[in-house]
Design a protein around this ligand. Structure first.
Ligand SMILES: [Mg+2]
Length: 225
């Protein structure tokens, strides 16, 4: 059997909670700002807004999609507002950057966030300009993972051969369509389930699981996987 190094020519990475630690607090900031946006926009109190935020996340894949579908919210305004973050709490993981640098092939970021957020995070991670392509929510016509449509657009846009591609994501259900379009899948296991995630129904779509992305990629580079 071929090693991943031999088989894979395109490495696809989710951004948040995949390329940096889930405990950074960034996600909490986004979540708080989304609650505030929903509250302000729908003119309801924050408790009610948090319920709607969570409901839309579960039913529409992102709170944004729910706000667009149900309330005609301008996606760019929403994304701008909820990404007014304190990025200083994110910092580089030198070990990860080193193994990423050694990976042979194309490296692409596939995220449900927007380009400005990607740039801000990559800057802090010292990974700016280290990726060949970035596929953000705008490029995906605001249709979030795990809907399969944007995966197909992604493949077409970057002329990808799914059989030679691997996708890393901390949300297991995002790897279900990844597997269905033919990617190899790697779940970043943070030791707890994402609140929107349903690990049991996604389990059979996960080719690999790792608690440490840099360790996994180090093994890949050494031809051990
Ligand atoms: Mg993520």
């Amino acid at each position: 059997m071929k090693t991943l190094r031999e088989k894979i020519d395109t490495w696809i990475f989710d951004l948040d909670n995949t390329l940096y630690a889930a405990d950074s607090g960034i996600f909490q900031q986004v979540s708080d700002l989304m609650g505030e946006f929903v509250s302000k926009h729908l003119n309801i109190d924050i408790v009610e807004a948090k319920k709607i935020q969570s409901k839309y996340y579960k039913q529409h894949g992102t709170t944004l999609k729910g706000m667009m579908d149900n309330h005609g919210v301008d996606p760019d305004l929403f994304l701008e507002e909820v990404h007014k973050l304190d990025y200083s709490i994110v910092g580089p993981n030198h070990k990860l950057n080193e193994v990423l640098d050694k990976l042979e092939g194309r490296k692409i970021i596939y995220t449900n966030a927007n380009l400005q957020h990607v740039d801000n995070v990559l800057l802090r991670l010292e990974l700016l300009n280290k990726f060949d392509e970035i596929y953000d929510i705008k490029a995906a016509n605001y249709i979030p993972k795990p809907e399969i449509k944007p995966y197909k657009k992604f493949i077409e846009k970057f002329n990808i051969n799914p059989n030679c591609s691997i996708m890393f994501d901390d949300i297991a259900k995002n790897l279900v369509p990844a597997k269905n379009v033919g990617f190899t899948s790697v779940w970043i296991d943070h030791g707890y389930e994402n609140f929107s995630d349903d690990i049991k129904s996604s389990e059979k779509y996960l080719d690999y699981k790792t608690k440490d992305l840099s360790l996994f990629l180090d093994k890949v580079n050494k031809g051990n996987i």
